[in-house]
Write a protein that binds this ligand. Structure first.
Ligand SMILES: [Zn+2]
Length: 275
């Protein structure tokens, strides 16, 4: 599997933290990887976040997601890492033997199945005329073997992996917001995601959901290449309101599902009425 060259595209700073808005004159800002480096993210937004926001993101969702949820998968795919010595070499799975007894086995990471992540086709609640939708509960993983893993050998085998879906949704929100700001696409839109990313708005499913589009349809319609991750921005009208949307696909290289994220709502300016 080709993870691509470690070659970055860099976006210049906008002079303030893209999450809390603090100015570079007041606080030192640091670079943001729009997709995490650990997921082979090669888009770097220079001086884009203050330390407080970066720490909040890392502690509350990005860190646990990358280390726990994606840890084995990242080792299996050998994604980029700042800490190669911390790569996981083995994983534990449970299966039922011929006598119906449940036993645990430790297997090398090379036997770990490549899989798609838990996922809903429900679009963000805002695009269904609803709001006030909290985080969904934990979810189970649906497996799909792409390369031969341990599953065929372990008859009745079960892998236990818990996905904290809210962490995944928050990461999607972070990626979508950072990309839209970096690409200069927020002009004329009110940013909806910073309160969510900073833990001040609990209604994550209002903004982050799925799409009817399959991975194949996404790649055909938007001519995506063979990148590890993909993102596309578009605007969409719902009930006379215009929204800025991102379609985000992490693990695009595995044809993982596409998420839909509502980033901004068109600002109605006075001049729109005076025409
Ligand atoms: Zn900040």
């Amino acid at each position: 599997m080709n993870l691509g060259e470690r070659k970055y595209k860099r976006y210049s700073t906008i002079g303030y933290c893209i999450y809390c808005g603090v100015s570079a004159n007041e606080k030192k800002l640091g670079d943001e990887h729009i997709f995490p480096l650990a997921l082979c993210g090669n888009l770097v937004f220079l001086d884009a976040s203050c330390r407080c926001c970066a720490e909040h993101i890392n502690k509350n969702f990005e860190g646990p997601l990358l280390r726990k949820t994606f840890g084995i998968l990242r080792s299996r795919l050998k994604t980029w890492t700042r800490h190669p010595k911390e790569r996981i070499n083995t994983f534990v799975c449970e299966f039922v033997d011929d006598c119906g007894k449940s036993i645990q086995v430790t297997l090398p990471v090379s036997e770990y199945p490549l899989f798609i992540m838990p996922y809903t086709r429900d679009p963000p609640a805002l695009l269904q005329g609803k709001s006030g939708s909290p985080m969904p509960p934990l979810s189970q993983v649906r497996f799909r073997e792409i390369t031969p893993g341990a599953l065929p050998k372990l008859k009745g085998g079960k892998f236990f992996q818990i996905w904290v879906v809210g962490q995944l949704q928050l990461e999607m929100a972070k990626i979508a917001h950072g990309y839209a700001v970096a690409e200069g696409r927020m002009s004329g839109f009110d940013a909806l995601l910073p309160p969510l990313i900073l833990g001040q708005d609990p209604y994550i499913s209002d903004y982050v959901g799925g799409t009817e589009m399959t991975a194949k349809e996404f790649s055909e319609r938007f001519k995506t290449g063979s990148n590890f991750n993909e993102i596309r921005l578009m605007t969409l009208f719902f009930k006379d309101e215009e929204f800025l949307i991102a379609l985000v696909q992490i693990f695009a290289i595995l044809d993982a599902p596409v998420f839909q994220v509502v980033i901004g709502r068109r600002r109605i300016s006075a001049s729109a009425y005076t025409g």
